[in-house]
Design a protein around this ligand. Sequence first.
Ligand code: GTP
Ligand code: SPV
Ligand code: MN
Length: 634
Amino acid sequence: MNESLMKLLREKVRDENYLRLMQIPIPHLHQFIAEAVELCEPKTVFVCSDSPADIEFIRAEAVARGEETPLEIPGHTVHFDGPQDQGRDREATRYLVGRGESLGEALNQIGRDDGLAEIRGLLKGAMRGRTMIVRFLSLGPTGSVFSIPCLQVTDSFYVAHSEDLLYRRAYEQFRKMTEKDPFLQFIHSCGRLTSSGVSAEPEKKRIYIDYAYDTIYSVNTQYAGNTVGLKKLALRLTIRKADREGWLAEHMFLLGARGPRGRKTYFAGAFPSACGKTSTAMLPGENILGDDIAYLRIISGKVRSVNAEAGIFGIIQNVNPKDDPVIYRVLTNPGEVIFSNVLVKDGRPYWLGIDGDLPKDGMNYAGPWHEGKTDERGNPILPAHKNARYTVNLEALENVDPYLENPEGVALGGIIYGGRDARSYVPVQQSFDWNHGIIAYGAALETETTFATVGKEGVPEINLMSIQDFLAIPVGKYIRNNLEFARLLKKRPLIFGVNYFLRDASGQFVTGMRDKAVWIKWMELRVHGDAGAVVGPTGWIPKFKDLHRLFRQVLDKNYSEEDYVRQFTVRAPENLDKLDRVEAFYRKEVPDAPRELYEVLSAQRERLLAVRESFGDYVSPVDLAENPMRENGK
Ligand code: GTP
Ligand code: SPV
Ligand code: MN
């Protein structure tokens, strides 16, 4: 490091902060911080260790600076993001690619030199008058083959506080590292703020991923999905790291499902944003291990998985004591919770789909709110944002899995893919084999855009493996990695497809909010060969008698054969159309799609044509059970 940078570092990083920084024996880390100071020009730098006093300082500053406001219940605070900063911003998020490099048509990218010049311009002087916070955290449990150390630089105490609930502290781990140990680094600034403390220039929001240097820049935004480095920003880097090292980084929840005689079976599930990961992972009676990001590695012949995170940044819309009793208790009792973009009245938070009435006025993300308030275009402003969320540590949940911090993670019995598919797939099915599952349920995953990203809702799209927003390697390569991942294992996790969002001709959902509890139990039985199944053209589907028994056992509900037929009728025309869309997408956008993808899709087409020939367009599961087809569909 040159003299002037050294001097700057000594001048801005004072007293114990300087000592803390120097206890990390990594000169290029010091250099990164010095350069960040030079670029962003903060007034001062706070270097956060793992000590309770430092963490308390972050909590207190978030409140003192108005980034969070305390609510009535002890430990609860609320944070607001600006009206145009209420979700992940796909448009503003780009990969920096070297000259002559490309990640393929499907991914958003910009030339590295231009991108760096632009983002450095936006970060120039962005922290003037503010404190730069430096945090050391870990993705995955510390002291594990899965751990990935991370350095976060931010001028937001809300971001630093959220990270404390969401990740494992790792200052002590950094002290033990050498300059050869890799880590990820994130630099974020809220940018200029309005008088109400939100990023004032949303049109200058940028999230740029410099994967060649494991560095991500984020500016003019506060929404956690765009700012909390270890969340979706890191996922983009860890997908590349996993690709290099032969493991998988996934947009997946982790759940321990209870089976007969005290058995527990772990599932990982990939659903796109706002498609049910958290609500599945939190099912009462089961164990939650993670709700958003999982790492998968092969260890001693098994697929083992950890939660990259240690907390939840969860959607609060529709959280109620009946469907989500576990989190509802956390949100209504003392303990550390950050609410974001809810409605606040008299120190209490309210959200859409809460049990009971909403007040007629209060404070929300758009300022003081009253019933009937409209935005500048005349559209009504809802009392709370649909993407309002809560941030909590997993330890606050009564059903947190005891293996959360296990350095070797848990062995997976099954992997689940699911999206918002109104038309084609049945509510739950099991793939014929590994390749069929990866392709037909993962790579062919169709969904609709949701409130979790900025932009229009309800637009149908393909979101392969629910990870398309975060993919940082060419799509075909990613699919091939998945196909090959468990190929050599004697016993692979089974692969399932779920669809909580299938609708009937009148537009009604054909399944209820709590039915997923039954699908999980069925999958758990299937992993151990304890339930039968009917062969359908798109996979194995449950038998009526098993579902009837499970609905009684799990939900105390009388499941009728009409329910079964309505939910599990195979819709041949819709499924054939789906295959056409999926194939067209891959032919157009993914030149490196593996051959197996087209083979699996054609075999599925053949099976659908065969059942349509025998039974007509809409094939009742009862007919399939009575006239069994072979797996090859003949
Ligand atoms: P991210 O945190 O954005 O990655 O989302 P997530 O996948 O964790 O989604 P979450 O579980 O929070 O659910 C999102 C929305 O889906 C909520 O508004 C739920 O009410 C709704 N939802 C969850 N399960 C069901 C279901 O079975 N049926 C219907 N119709 N809606 C559901
Ligand atoms: C998602 O959008 O998938 C989320 C929330 O889990 S965010 O932090 O915005 O990524
Ligand atoms: Mn997510």
